[in-house]
Design a protein around this ligand. Structure first.
Ligand code: GLN
Length: 281
């Protein structure tokens, strides 16, 4: 195998991925090269002609094979950016989606005072992305991340410390709020909300690589909301806020559910594609 420079390796990989039909070939190639070489993005511009070491070339070849088998780039490099912060991933966590930033944004808009002390809980915290992003924006807040998966909790804890909010976060292993007591000013959640029968039709990269536990919302995809809305009534302080992510087609169902549970919807926020994505109550 001939030794390539960084610029050549990047060009080749982009070409390979394009020819294999990956629409995100350019960004994928860039992220894979940066990760395999463990260099900052600027190094591709300032030092494009440095040859790859044999170890770098080998690692990049392995990354390339995984990508060609449709493993998501975030899984290969083990990290994904969310709210401008880096989040480590594991097999037990969903890859954080840009859509989920809608939840963070909505909560920040609705809170009367971002400097005020507040206690929040995040149910199904996964990588901890919602919890950590909010703690990052709310300097006086303390947060509890809850998950049913010990592996996810470990990843979330690691992400909290890596992003400077470890000392204001707690993590608890619990099926929803079964093991949680106390009163919270704010409850957030991106629960599993895909209806079980729909799971087989999901995009291959989601279906084969995201944990089923984080996707499957039961027969109609609404089971977690029934639980969360009930628990919110028990766990929220009077006037407290509940903000949940929803599927693109679940706004009407959430309205019905909120009415049934006696919760008042204060906002339905849309994601960048224009779909209703966050319901705040
Ligand atoms: N938005 C995710 C997807 O489209 C689903 C995440 C979830 O169920 N919370 O795969």
């Amino acid at each position: 195998m001939s030794i390539l420079t960084r610029a050549q390796a990047l060009r080749n990989l982009r070409q390979t991925l394009m020819e294999a039909g990956f629409e995100t070939a350019a960004i994928d190639a860039r992220l894979l090269v940066l990760s395999a070489l463990d260099i900052p993005a600027t190094a591709l511009i300032t030092n494009p002609d440095i040859p790859l070491t044999p170890a770098e070339a080998e690692l990049l070849a392995a990354f390339t094979r995984r990508r060609l088998a449709h493993e998501p780039v975030a899984r290969i490099v083990g990290e994904r950016e969310f709210w401008g912060l880096p989040f480590a991933l594991s097999a037990e966590t969903l890859v954080p989606r840009p859509d989920t930033e809608t939840v963070v944004e909505t909560v920040l808009e609705l809170l009367p005072d971002r400097q005020a002390p507040l206690l929040m809980a995040d149910f199904g915290t996964g990588s901890g992305c919602i919890l950590v992003a909010l703690l990052h924006e709310l300097p006086q807040a303390t947060g509890l991340g809850v998950d049913l998966s010990p592996g996810a909790l470990e990843t979330a804890r690691r992400n909290a410390w890596a992003n400077g909010v470890g000392d204001r976060s707690l993590f608890a292993l619990s099926h929803w709020a079964d093991a949680v007591t106390g009163q919270f000013d704010l409850i957030v959640s991106n629960p599993p909300y895909i209806a079980s029968p729909v799971i087989p039709t999901l995009d291959r990269e989601v279906r084969e690589h995201d944990p089923l536990l984080a996707l499957d919302g039961g027969p109609d995809g609404l089971e977690p909301y029934r639980i969360l809305l009930d628990e919110a009534r028990r766990l929220l302080v009077p006037g407290g806020l509940l903000a949940v992510e929803i599927g693109y087609d679940q706004a009407e169902e959430l309205k019905t559910l909120a009415a049934e549970k006696g919760l008042e919807i204060v906002e339905i926020a849309h994601d960048l594609s224009g779909n209703p994505r966050c319901v705040a109550m």
